[in-house]
Design a protein around this ligand. Sequence first.
Ligand code: NAP
Length: 325
Amino acid sequence: MFAVQFGRFGPPEVLEVGRRAEPHAGPGEIRVRAAAAGVSPVDLALRAGSSPSRDTLALPHVPGVDASGIVDEIDAGVDGVAVGDEVFGSVDIARLGGASAQFAVLAFWAAKPASMSWAAAGAAGTSVETATRALDALGVAAGTTVVIDGAAGGVGSIAVQLAAARGARVIGTGRPGSHAFLADLGAVPVAYGPGLAERVRALSLDLDLDLDLDLGPAGLALDVAGAGGLDELIAITGNPAAVLTLADFTGPARGVRLSLGQYGGEPDGRHGLALAAALSAQGRFRVPVRDVFPAARAAAAHAAAARGPRQGKVVLDLAGLPGSP
Ligand SMILES: NC(=O)c1ccc[n+]([C@@H]2O[C@H](COP(=O)([O-])OP(=O)(O)OC[C@H]3O[C@@H](n4cnc5c(N)ncnc54)[C@H](OP(=O)(O)O)[C@@H]3O)[C@@H](O)[C@H]2O)c1
């Protein structure tokens, strides 16, 4: 089969389309003829050689942890899905990739609703699963207020919508140029970076009149960015246990919970995908896609994913690979 892959660590230009052996569905897995694959921070780190997995990665490696496609192979132990179904989902993170190829093996998935394009569905899996798990762990529900730091990115833009769909009030941080995007997703936008606690406090007072926005004892915070915002989030909530980070490994030493999700080997990776699909079909959820690149331009896709402003996902369209839907 054909795949986007890299044979050595380095800049985006090490990516190329090449031939390799077809993968097959292992226990509990399905294989899809892939249509699209999201580009995620983990893909960039693996390609650059800056990931801790560098020493164990078999090269050439096919990046990509999320894909959409048409099911063409199903492990004998798997129920509820048939060859020919249109699905989206994610690889088992132990595989560290494999999505940006003619055939991709998925460990968890959901039926792709007609309301999701192949590109949007191909970018959704890990971000939906990660966001859902984090919102659950924090107890985000109707009546709570959650500050999401790094709200415009791949995971953040999805966490904002899923929190809003639960009936929570959402304050989302982003650079000023991303504020209209954040408001459209359902967040009250505020600038990220130093001084965040003061800005949120001011916002809370300003909006109190109109929206009854009061972080109060139900105030929660989710750090998606891992960009040094934890102290501000602790100050906002007044309680490190009300803060959860996905990306800052200094969190636990400060009493902040760290959720590594699939990356930490936590089970139940299917979490949230079917709900996101249902919300999408109702017009209450979308996977923001900021750019789609053909597989042949994978280097440009990785370069774009590393560049701000990062609003939603960058996606590889695999239709140019022979045999893709
Ligand atoms: N633990 C898990 O299960 C898990 C799963 C998936 C991802 N992650 C990690 O979560 C992180 C985010 O992933 P992602 O896919 O959402 O990445 P992304 O799409 O690159 O988004 C990152 C966002 O953070 C914003 N940002 C930059 N500097 C910031 C700052 N100082 N304060 C607040 N926000 C800032 C960016 O805004 P601008 O571009 O506008 O500057 C961007 O919107 C990555 O580190 C990723 O590895 C963890």
